[in-house]
Structures are given as structure tokens and as C-alpha cells.
Design a protein around this ligand. Structure first.
Ligand code: HT9
Ligand code: FE2
Length: 390
């Protein structure tokens, strides 16, 4: 018998270099409302037990209401699923893709039930989330455990998960392209602009509570205050900037910064800062004339991008008299879709770690998480799949 990830995980190894015969891919999304009546139940699903103030829910409901109560995220995941299927078919890989969400229909529990009904027993999950933290990794793993519990499929279905792919070329390449295109456009559109002093690249990601950030990633690697979450974003941003400058033959350094968005906890709870809008407000005083907003933390143009960046941050830039551009998310960029399939094959074929692509010194990231990795201190210990058992 070929040892699977579960066996490797029990042995305590963070990487699985043996082949595993997966039956299907589980595409795990965030989920979003698909009509006005869905908005409040969806928001309750997302924030259950999280101490998010009621006023914040009402505020966020407005963002969804403004778009007819529909988040674009489900359609984007339907498109990603179709793109994955097309890529798999074009490479002659016989792996069906089943899609389920953490917070809205189709739920993960429906997806694992469907997988079981179709006779699948070993699933390899792709979560639509690239970095390490409770919200972007462990929460998906806990929800896998809950889905198997709710359907009574515990012990009947195994779920492994591809590594966090923040520094995989499939994820990073679309951002390199996007920032390169944005700088080229600025040079064209803004007269006599000096890229070294008058442009600022803002890499934006979701803020998370500071207590989650410091505990993101494995405890034995000390990443400091922002944890693995901030360290990974900083490392990717550095790689993007180096690649863009080389491609466009820019010999001076274009200034950039990592900023946060979409903070939602009570004001008394520290979350990662600075907020993108506060940073933009200060830019004119330093001589900046143009700003490039890079949604580095996100996979697709969902509500956090459409509202918090295209609406709010762009308005902040306009108010500050700045020329601004927002770079696309990876979406269904072919390099991204290809990269996700490569990540699945890496696990299916047990590709040695030394042969796995990673564009930063932090990766390639682990296949299986250690006990306590990215645990949420607010919620306490909850079982999670695709990790080393405690
Ligand atoms: C790190 C991270 C990602 C990136 C990783 C990933 O993509 O998974 C992400 C993505 C997303 N977040 C999303 C939506 C929301 N997030 C919320 C609340 C929260 N997010 C958090 C973190 C993250 N969130 C946190 C720490 C909270 C506080 C509650 C808690 O401690 O868990 C709330 C509640 C209201 C509010 O407070 O804003 C909503 C509605 C959508 C869907 C957008 C759409 O519908 O198009 C997406 C893709
Ligand atoms: Fe969120």
C-alpha cells in the first residue's frame, strides 16, 4: 500500500514526498450571498462566535446590498472550477473537481457528501486562500473537520490540502504582470512622473487580529509581531517589485509598502495596521502623485476588492488628488490555474521538496500543518484536518 498524507502526517513530517492516489479535488471557497435575502444569514455565518460588533455587520450588509445582495465570489469560483476542469482535461488528468464553501451554499458539507456519493474517498483540497493565518488556512481545515462530522463521513473520507501557495509562481506571476502593466500605464498617462519619488505601490491584504497574526505559521519559526502572515506578504511583495523593475529596466527603487484593509473587530482589539486609507491620505505630503493598489492578499475580485479597494481606497486616492490604478487579482489567469493544478500534482506524485517551485526564501511551504499552527486563541482548540495530529 502506498502511504498517504495521513500516514506521513502521523509520522510528524511536514512534507509528503510519497505519491497519493487522490480521487478528486475539493475546491474550498469562502462563499457569498446570492440575493438580498441571503445577506444577513451569510454575515451571521461568517461572524458566528467571533465578537464582531452588530454595527459592523450592518455596515458590511450595505456593501452587499449596493450590489443587489450578490457577491461576485460564487461566480468567480464557478469560473475557477471550470478553468481547473479545462486545464486538467487538456493535460489528460482524470480528477473531478467538487466545489464547496465555508460560509454559503454550496456548503463544504454538501461537497463532501457529493464526493462520498460519487464514490470518492481521498480528496486533495485547494482553498482559495494563499497565506498562513487562522482565517486563511486553519479555518478552512477546521471547517473540513466540521463538514465530515456533520455528514457522518469521518473516517470514510480523507481530506488533504495543498500547501499555502503565496510564493508559488502561479500565484505571483499575475501580480508581476499587473504591477508591470500599471507602471507602464502611469508613465504613459502621468506627465514627467518620477518612478523613484512620485509613485507608491501599495500591496493590500486583509487585516487580521494581531493575536492571530503573531500565531500564524508554525510556532517554532519566530516571524515576529506580524507572524508568518505579514512575513509572507512582505516576501512576495519584494519578489514582485524586483521582477517588475528588472522587466521594465527601472534602475531606481520604486517605493512600496504593505498595507491592510477590511478591519472589522471592535476598536479595542488590535488588528494589523496601517490601514490603506490612512496611508493614502498621507501620500500627497510626501510628493506622491500616483498610487498603484495591488490586492496581494486575494484570489479574485470579490467584495473585499470591489468595495474596500475599488470603492473606498480609490475614493481616498481621488480625494488626495492622486492618479490611481488597481491591479487585477489572479482570478482565472492561466498561470494561476496551471499553478493550482501543479500544486495538486505535486502531492499526487509526491514531488520531492527540492523540486517544488517557490519564489521566496520562506517556501516551499509545508504540506501538513503542525499542531497549533495558526490556532485561534479567541476560539480555543478545535480539531482540524490536513495536519499533524496533536
Ligand atoms: C485573512 C482573510 C481573508 C483572506 C483569505 C481568504 O480569502 O479566505 C478574508 C477573505 C474574505 N473575507 C470575506 C468576507 C468577510 N470577512 C469577514 C470577516 C473577517 N475576515 C477576516 C479575515 C480574512 N477574510 C477576519 C479576521 C474577519 C473577522 C471575523 C473573524 O475573526 O473570522 C466578514 C464579516 C463582516 C466584516 O467584519 O467585515 C465578511 C463578510 C470574503 C468574501 C467576499 C465576498 O463576499 O465577495 C473573503 C474572500
Ligand atoms: Fe474576511
Amino acid at each position: 500500500m502506498v502511504p498517504g498524507a495521513t500516514e506521513a502526517a502521523r509520522s510528524g513530517a511536514p512534507f509528503v514526498e510519497t505519491a497519493v492516489d487522490y480521487d478528486a479535488i475539493l475546491l474550498a471557497g469562502f462563499g457569498g450571498p446570492e440575493g438580498q435575502d441571503d445577506v444577513i444569514p451569510f454575515l451571521r455565518n461568517v461572524t458566528r462566535g467571533r465578537g464582531i460588533p452588530e454595527e459592523r455587520l450592518e455596515e458590511v450588509a450595505v456593501h452587499y446590498r449596493h450590489h443587489g445582495g450578490v457577491s461576485p465570489i460564487n461566480d468567480q469560483n464557478r469560473e475557477l472550477k471550470a478553468a481547473l476542469e479545462a486545464e486538467l482535461a487538456s493535460r489528460g488528468i482524470d480528477l473531478p473537481v467538487i466545489w464547496g464553501n465555508r460560509n454559503w451554499d454550496p456548503y463544504l458539507r454538501d461537497a463532501v457528501q457529493e464526493a462520498h456519493d460519487r464514490g470518492y474517498r481521498k480528496l486533495i483540497a485547494i482553498a482559495t486562500s494563499a497565506y498562513s493565518s487562522f482565517s486563511s488556512c486553519r479555518q478552512y481545515r477546521e471547517d473540513f473537520a466540521i463538514a465530515l462530522d456533520e455528514t457522518g463521513l469521518e473516517g470514510k473520507i480523507e481530506i488533504d490540502k495543498v500547501r499555502q501557495f503565496f510564493d508559488h509562481p502561479g500565484f505571483v506571476t499575475p501580480f508581476i504582470e499587473g504591477v508591470g502593466d500599471a507602471l507602464a500605464k502611469i508613465v504613459q498617462d502621468v506627465r514627467d512622473i518620477d518612478l523613484a519619488t512620485e509613485v507608491k505601490i501599495l500591496f493590500a491584504t486583509h487585516s487580521i487580529p494581531s493575536t492571530d497574526a503573531v500565531r500564524s505559521g508554525p510556532a517554532e519559526r519566530n516571524f515576529g509581531e506580524g507572524g508568518a502572515y505579514a512575513a509572507q506578504h512582505l516576501a512576495v511583495a519584494e519578489v514582485v517589485m524586483a521582477a517588475v523593475q528588472q522587466e521594465l529596466a527601472i534602475d531606481q527603487n520604486v517605493p512600496w509598502e504593505l498595507v491592510y484593509q477590511s478591519r472589522s473587530g471592535p476598536p479595542s482589539m488590535p488588528w494589523l495596521e496601517p490601514d490603506i486609507n490612512d496611508v493614502i491620505e498621507e501620500l500627497p505630503a510626501t510628493g506622491t502623485r500616483a498610487v498603484v493598489i495591488v490586492p496581494l492578499g486575494f484570489m479574485s475580485d470579490h467584495m473585499e476588492v470591489l468595495w474596500d479597494l475599488d470603492n473606498e481606497a480609490t475614493e481616498s486616492a481621488t480625494d488626495a488628488g492622486l492618479y490611481s490604478l488597481r491591479v487585477p487579482t489572479p482570478g482565472t489567469h492561466h498561470e494561476f490555474v496551471k499553478g493550482l493544478v501543479d500544486l495538486v500534482l505535486e502531492r499526487r506524485d509526491g514531488v520531492p521538496v527540492s523540486e517544488r517551485p517557490a519564489m521566496t526564501d520562506l517556501g516551499p511551504w509545508y504540506d501538513v500543518c503542525r499542531p497549533g499552527c495558526c490556532e485561534n486563541v479567541r476560539a480555543g482548540f478545535k480539531p482540524a484536518l490536513a495536519g499533524i495530529a496533536p
